[in-house]
Design a protein around this ligand. Structure first.
Ligand SMILES: Nc1ncnc2c1ncn2[C@@H]1O[C@H](COP(=O)(O)OP(=O)(O)OP(=O)(O)O)[C@@H](O)[C@H]1O
Ligand SMILES: [Mg+2]
Length: 254
């Protein structure tokens, strides 16, 4: 069964004047699939992800999670927000333990899992620090560790590596793929980095400028592990750039 089925989804914010963020989105995300949502700034990517996460209500249409309408948040979904929203009064490790704490996991086990995921995002040695003692990129990595530590079946990630330096970003992309391949979680990942999209995705969904609509879909069937700079990947990348330019020009003249 598909993880997500999105049918005729629209979202309008009741501001003055109203902002139409999303329009007529139809989208199926299969179980275990790695889908990337790509599109220009302000086209509604974060809004769409928050609707999938049950954090916002659509104005029109429906979202089904494994056949059931999404109603509010769900433990099986792990969300990484665009800005790592850590609790400032908790140390890094206690932030990462949060999801496990909610599930009633004991302290020793929580600490073990937190230590493991913090190591995975390159934050060993920073367990006892508070969020304000970290750089923006480190906070973002702590936020990723927190989501991964809860071991969700479905990962919803909103530009998770946006604030991270280039080398760490490449490492985190690799770690995420390894994790995805080992447990076959379903991933919906937002980015506006075309190179990142083709490196990670099974399928790239290109959204138009606001109101966001599905403009194009690109299936990336290059075998894994993929190599950055691979000629076939670069070809898809340039095809996506061309499509992005076209939809931006079209909206500028509309
Ligand atoms: N709570 C809100 N109230 C009113 N308008 C909103 C709200 N949230 C988002 N918007 C508007 O909806 C549109 C889509 O916003 P959204 O954050 O989903 O875009 P995005 O594609 O994630 O952009 P970016 O790439 O810059 O993160 C924007 O025009 C934004 O101003
Ligand atoms: Mg966004």
């Amino acid at each position: 069964m598909a993880t997500f089925e999105v049918r005729g989804l629209g979202k309008q914010f009741p501001t003055d004047p109203p902002v139409r963020a999303l329009d007529g989105i139809d989208l199926t995300v299969e179980d275990g699939e790695f889908v990337v949502l790509l599109g220009p700034s302000g086209c509604g990517k974060s809004t769409l992800l928050e609707i999938l996460a049950g954090l916002q209500q659509p104005t029109e249409g429906a979202v089904l999670l494994e056949g059931e309408p999404v109603r509010g948040t769900n433990d099986r979904l792990g969300v990484v927000f665009q800005d790592a929203s850590l609790y400032p009064w908790r140390t890094v490790e206690r932030n990462v333990e949060l999801g496990l704490e909610f599930r009633g996991v004991g302290k020793a086990e929580r600490r073990r899992v937190a230590t493991e995921y913090l190591a995975q995002v390159g934050l060993s040695g920073f367990e006892k620090k508070y969020p304000h003692q970290l750089s923006g990129g480190m906070r973002q990595r702590a936020g990723i560790a927190r989501t991964l530590a809860a071991e969700p079946d479905v990962l919803l990630m909103d530009e998770p590596f946006g604030a991270v330096d280039h080398l760490t970003r490449i490492q985190l992309q690799r770690d995420l793929l390894a994790l995805w391949e080992s447990r076959r979680r379903t991933v919906v990942f937002v980015t506006h980095d075309v190179g990142e999209a083709v490196y990670l995705a099974d399928r790239v969904i290109l959204l138009s400028p606001r109101p966001g609509r599905v403009a194009r879909e690109f299936v990336i069937d290059e075998p894994r592990p993929r190599r950055r700079g691979d000629i076939a990947l670069l070809a898809v990348e340039s095809e996506i750039y061309a499509a992005l330019t076209r939809i931006e020009e079209r909206s500028a003249t509309a």
